[in-house]
Design a protein around this ligand. Structure first.
Ligand code: URA
Length: 301
């Protein structure tokens, strides 16, 4: 037979199978590893995300792991593995062949008064793009696009993949939520981060944003990375690091990502509050609206 390189045989003879798959680690063990500063393997990260989605991880365990990640960080490989595991917790969207080259999206790291998505998604659609945007809710002190949209009576942010395709066919864009089918693991971790002071974590922000975008079947993505008092990360240095990570992890997942660094020391536009922001977005689409909002929409577009 083919000679085997040395070192690849575990056991051998009648002592049992070679290289038996290691037992998956229990959630407390995974938390302990990260708490003590160890790297988590891809299998560890997948095991944790599986426990989150199948309900076997308790809320306290999810909170503890998020805090361990917030305090100890994750390297690029761990962040990529987490992003992939979150993305693969649901289904990947598939679009008609004819849309190749038209599928684009934008995501913001979040800021006060940031209603750019409400204007930019329809603007891109008007230019012939298809924008299958999976967005988020309020996180920390930053507002959520989904919460803003729900201030419109009757607006439904949960849409099936089939309904999304219909919307893209009819109007060219949609803004929807994570759901049981779409990145469910991000939905759970996102809500947990919001109440455990673990929002401002570079690997968690990166995995949260890119997992949603990885399932969208995009040709290109622009991320608006905010810094300043009205953003998740006050410091420009941290925001730059986040932008770099988003581009690098995105590339690892086969996503073309461009990042813009934008200052957020004051709220964007003149309005803050769900209903008021929707009103301001409508004004902007009508060709009016505050200049800072118009400029940012144009620049990201
Ligand atoms: N937007 C997201 O979707 N996730 C984050 O963690 C921050 C902004």
């Amino acid at each position: 037979g083919t000679p085997r390189p040395p070192g690849l045989l575990a056991g051998g003879g009648s002592q049992g199978p070679a290289n038996p798959a290691p037992e998956p680690k229990q959630v407390p063990e995974l938390i302990r590893l990260k708490r003590d500063g160890s790297r988590l393997s891809e299998a560890d990260i997948r095991g944790f995300v599986r426990a989150v989605v199948d309900g076997s991880a308790q809320a306290v365990q999810i909170g503890a792991m998020l805090m361990a990640i917030r305090l100890r960080g994750m390297d690029l490989e761990e962040t990529t593995a987490l992003t992939r595991a979150l993305a693969e917790s649901g289904q990947r969207l598939e679009w008609p062949e004819a849309w190749q080259g038209q599928l684009v999206d934008k995501h913001s790291t979040g800021g006060v008064g940031d209603k750019v998505s409400l204007v930019l998604a329809p603007a891109l659609a008007a230019c012939g793009c298809k924008v299958p945007m999976i967005s988020g809710r309020g996180l920390g002190h930053t507002g959520g696009t989904l919460d803003k949209l729900e201030s419109i009576p009757g607006f439904t942010v949960i849409q099936s993949p089939e309904q999304m395709q219909e919307l893209l066919e009819q109007v060219g864009c949609c803004i929807v939520s994570q759901s049981e089918k779409l990145v469910p693991a991000d939905g759970i971790l996102y809500a947990a981060r919001d109440v455990t002071a673990t929002v401002d974590s570079l690997p968690l922000v990166t995995a949260s944003i890119l997992s949603k975008k990885a399932v969208e079947g995009l040709m290109a993505l622009v991320v608006d990375v905010k810094f300043g008092g009205a953003a998740i990360f006050p410091s420009e240095v941290q925001a730059r690091e986040l932008a770099k990570t988003l581009v690098e992890v995105g590339a690892g997942l086969g996503l073309r990502v461009a990042a813009a660094l934008t200052s957020m020391d004051t709220p964007l536009g003149r309005s803050v509050g769900h209903t008021l922001e929707v009103e301001e977005a409508l004004l902007c689409m009508d060709g009016a609206g505050p200049p800072d909002l118009r400029d940012l929409v144009t620049r990201l577009g």
